[in-house]
Design a protein around this ligand. Structure first.
Ligand code: PLP
Length: 392
């Protein structure tokens, strides 16, 4: 091992020659601005806290082009709240993919429903819209496509299927903040779209955070009930109404400190997005003709933000170990696919036996570092080691 642990924390970024995230270094660069932004949340009047959330929701709504935004405690919370607002109930089914974060499927299960798995496209690793209709049963209530790694799933095509069968679409864009498709931001073709602001995501807050956005006011009202103890704003403002809850609500609003930080960070998002795209181009130029490497490819309308730079490589496990030994913090994301994880593998969930591409790709994919603060030299260093390892 060339690299050494820089601190008592074995996974600290400084331990890697090329780490996956340098988010903490950017936080250090703008330390004064962060401290200034969170001051009202630390020392202000408790009753003013909602204004910090409202400010972020308003700014994010403008950014995403959807009128209603609910800021919540994590991307996982966003998915659960969106599914509840969409009306998902015990015994229902939701069609989704198996190559995703655990939150995607566990949000469905935590609403009392069950996932049905659809296979993916070998090109950009997102749901194959052509296969969705074959998975629809009488229990199917909705679709949960994932913009994995920041790659937009073809929600526009799914919309036709959803309309034909009366299904909702909840889009998991946890990794796709600032991606675009058909000229529009994520969520334009879904009923509800979910994002994450966990520290290393495109808008990295303090610890966990997330948002749900929608164009539909009635869905926004339901989100409010479920994230705020089951109380509507009207009841909350009426001192005589007491605790007249309307649904089994939860307490999942984003914290005011986090709202202040993500409001500040949102302003940097366009520049970071551009930098991520530049890095992706550098990777593509260096890696496109290398035997043993297959790059992701995209529909012409798709503008992925590249939260991860993911490719397929020959002898993946060996290449992965070699890169890590050289100090490159490569990662295996969403591996194994959900239907092969311990929690589901005995359940034979619908679609589990049809996931040929999902399974093939899970044995080949590798995520390379793509933090906006990485330099050209860092990316060259990753490419040098990767090419050497693939050709060994
Ligand atoms: C595709 C996907 N969906 C949902 C989530 C959950 O987001 P969070 O970690 O904010 O709960 C993640 C987390 O990385 C994710 O990758």
């Amino acid at each position: 091992m060339e690299h050494k642990s820089a601190s008592s924390h074995p996974s600290a970024s400084a331990a890697w020659k090329v780490p996956r995230s340098k988010a903490h270094l950017f936080n250090q660069e703008i330390e004064e601005k962060i401290l200034q932004a969170i001051r009202p949340a630390l020392f202000g009047d408790y009753w003013e806290y909602p204004s910090l959330l409202l400010e972020f929701e308003d700014k994010f709504s403008q950014f995403i082009g959807l009128e209603h935004v609910a800021a919540v405690q994590s991307g996982t919370a966003a998915l659960i709240l969106a599914l509840k607002a969409a009306g998902l109930q015990s015994g229902d089914e939701v069609i989704t993919v198996a190559n995703s974060d655990m939150s995607t499927t566990s949000a469905i299960v935590n609403c009392g429903a069950r996932p049905a798995f659809c296979d993916i496209l070998a090109s950009d690793y997102t749901i194959n819209p052509e296969l969705v209709e074959s998975l629809i049963s009488e229990r199917t209530r909705g679709l949960l496509p994932v913009d994995l790694y920041g790659h937009p799933a073809n929600i526009k095509q799914l919309q036709h299927v959803a309309r034909r069968h009366g299904l909702f679409i909840v889009e998991d864009a946890a990794l796709a903040t600032a991606s675009r498709d058909f000229g529009l931001p994520m969520g334009a073709f879904a009923d509800l779209v979910c994002f994450s602001t966990t520290s290393t995501k495109q808008i990295g807050g303090i610890g966990n955070g997330g948002m749900v956005a929608t164009a539909d006011l009635s869905l926004r009202e339901k989100l409010e009930l479920y994230r705020s103890y089951g109380l509507s704003p009207a009841i909350k403002q009426n001192p005589h109404a007491g605790s007249d809850q309307q649904v089994d609500g939860l307490n999942l609003k984003m914290t005011p400190v986090n709202a202040a930080v993500v409001t500040l960070k949102l302003a940097y998002l366009p520049a970071w997005t551009e930098r991520r795209k530049q890095i992706a181009r550098q990777y593509e130029t260096r890696l496109q003709d290398i035997e043993g490497i297959t790059l992701a490819s995209f529909r012409p309308e798709s503008e992925p933000v590249r939260r991860e730079f993911v490719l397929r490589v020959r002898n993946r496990d060996l290449v992965f170990d070699t890169l890590r030994e050289q100090g490159i913090q490569a990662a295996l994301n969403y591996f194994p696919p959900a239907h092969q994880r311990k929690v589901y593998r005995e359940q034979n969930l619908p679609g589990s036996k049809t996931l040929t591409i999902t399974e093939d790709i899970s044995r080949e994919i590798l995520s390379l570092p793509i933090d906006p603060l990485l330099t050209e030299d860092d990316i060259d260093c990753v490419c040098d080691h990767l090419i050497e390892a693939v050709q060994a």
